[in-house]
Design a protein around this ligand. Structure first.
Ligand code: ATP
Ligand code: MN
Length: 468
């Protein structure tokens, strides 16, 4: 076969120099045709769109043509021609075809319309489907949006550790990291494990959040963001929780609660607008095949002002909805309790029909590092609640007062012996600061219209699943 430099399909489809010979490589999506001519839809992952290869049957070896099955990998040299019937402006009139990789009929993605559950069991191959191609390209674009947003605003990308010795945030839901022989653990007289000989000489785990180290960055560099993997061994089999997920955590010195809400809103709108501008083809596909209201929903988020509501006001609305018989919930609510996702979604999807930034939560349900309000009862949290998702961002102003922070730590019995370095931020030149955490996959769920968080990350990690 003549050697011609490969052109990606996304670029071939834009060309108008009909008559030129090009080379494309990719995987067969479908083959159809007659005795005289074969039409092969080829995709190389560069775009959701396929290029149509037209093969005159008389010009090719019959055995070779039989090898062109769904999923097979081809290299095609052919002439760029104007297309009339393929749905694209151009197609390729094949001159030479080489089958690079055969694909038998046990190829798991052969049939169209497989369930997402089935595809999850074949997550190594589902990336080859239109839907997962679209999701992964959108995922990439969202990562670029996030870096661009912060870079344009003078934030520094700050790398926080993945292995951590602090367990004050995620006690009980952390994955331990050890090089010890689990069959031969040394224990003291109380039966507690002795970590002296372990790799780090103390108990270590995978991080549940980069925030605490992020605060060290912000109180030195002014404004930073993290973007990295986080791990939670929470045994919750929900469509919105993963054991390994990616989190974006900006942290900003001298920022107050209103400015924090402004940043949260601006940030999400920027990301959604980016998707509308950079992922048009993929969004149109998802809008057609997965979720008919997707593009309208994305546009409406970009155009509407988010509702800003205190927790106390939110509880009142929920109580009224129950009292008037307008709504029944599975879980009870009362002031002081955590909102379940059904409550959050009622407020966002039914009551306001808009994203909601909820603020000023009871201190009992929020983390120790949040700034307490003057009332002594509520804390300056600022969570963003989204349609379809529930909580997408968890944010707060941080307590900068050393004594107040210590008090919070003591009443909560938080093990802080390995946290002296965190407290030092409040000891040496303490400053007001604030930040938030956005779950990357929750953003991707919203932007793609997918229902299950396992379907917006290439290789999901959930209880009892770590295949691939
Ligand atoms: P939730 O109540 O939904 O479990 P959380 O209060 O535990 O969330 P935070 O600790 O505030 O969440 O984490 C910040 C953000 O990280 C959340 O707003 C959410 O977008 C995301 N997030 C939290 N836990 C998970 C998870 N297990 N899988 C995926 N994303 C998550
Ligand atoms: Mn949680």
């Amino acid at each position: 076969m003549e050697k011609i430099k490969r052109t990606k399909i996304i670029d071939v489809l834009k060309r108008e120099d009909y008559g030129t010979t090009v080379n494309v490589k990719g995987w067969v999506r479908t083959k159809r045709g007659s005795k005289a001519v074969n039409f092969i839809a080829l995709n190389d992952g560069s775009t959701i769109k396929n290029v149509q290869i037209v093969a005159d049957v008389t010009k090719f070896d019959e055995e070779m043509l039989k090898q062109i099955t769904t999923g097979a990998c081809l290299s095609v040299n052919g002439e760029l021609v104007q297309s009339i019937g393929s749905g694209q402006a151009v197609e390729i009139q094949a001159k030479e075809i080489e089958v690079l990789g055969l694909c038998g009929n046990d190829y798991p993605m052969q049939k169209k319309g497989q369930s997402f559950e089935f595809m999850r069991q074949h997550a190594h191959m589902r990336l080859r489907t239109n839907t997962f191609g679209a999701i992964m390209r959108i995922r990439h674009n969202m990562a670029m949006a996030i870096h661009t947003f912060f870079h344009e605003r003078g934030f520094f990308y700050f790398h926080t550790p993945i292995i951590t010795a602090s367990d004050c945030e995620g006690a009980g839901e952390m994955f331990q990291v050890t090089t010890m022989n689990l069959y031969d653990l040394k224990k003291d007289e109380n039966g507690s494990i002795i970590y002296d000989d372990d790799f780090f000489g103390k108990m270590t785990s995978l991080t549940v959040s980069g925030q605490l180290e992020g605060e060290l960055g912000a109180t030195a560099l002014g404004q930073i963001y993290t973007f990295g993997p986080t791990f939670r061994a929470e045994n919750s089999n929900t469509p919105r929780h993963l054991a390994e997920f990616w989190m974006i955590e900006p942290e900003i010195a001298f920022m107050d609660q209103t400015e924090l809400m402004d940043l949260e809103e601006e940030f999400i709108k920027y990301c959604v607008r980016w998707a509308l501008e950079h992922c048009q083809d993929d969004l149109e596909f998802l809008n057609k095949m997965i979720d008919k209201g997707l593009i309208d929903r994305l546009k409406s988020v970009v155009d509407t002002e988010f509702v800003r509501l205190t927790y106390t006001e939110g509880i009142k609305i929920l109580e009224e909805a129950i009292a008037s018989g307008k709504k029944k919930f599975e879980f009870p609510i009362s002031w002081g309790g955590d909102l379940a996702s059904e409550h959050e979604r009622y407020l966002v999807e039914e009551h306001f029909k808009k994203p909601v930034i909820m603020t000023d939560y009871p201190r009992e349900i929020k983390a120790f590092y949040m700034k307490t309000n003057e009332d002594g009862k509520t804390m300056q949290g600022t969570d963003v609640l989204f349609p379809q998702i529930g909580e997408i961002i968890g944010g707060s102003v941080r307590e900068e007062d050393y004594d107040k922070l210590m008090h919070e730590i003591e009443v909560r019995n938080i093990p802080m012996k390995d946290m002296w370095w965190y407290l030092d931020t409040r000891k040496f030149g303490s400053c007001p600061h604030a930040g938030f955490g956005l779950g990357f996959e929750r953003l991707i769920l919203f932007v793609t219209g997918m229902q299950n968080i396992r379907d917006v990350i290439p290789f999901p990690r959930t209880p009892k699943t770590a295949e691939f």
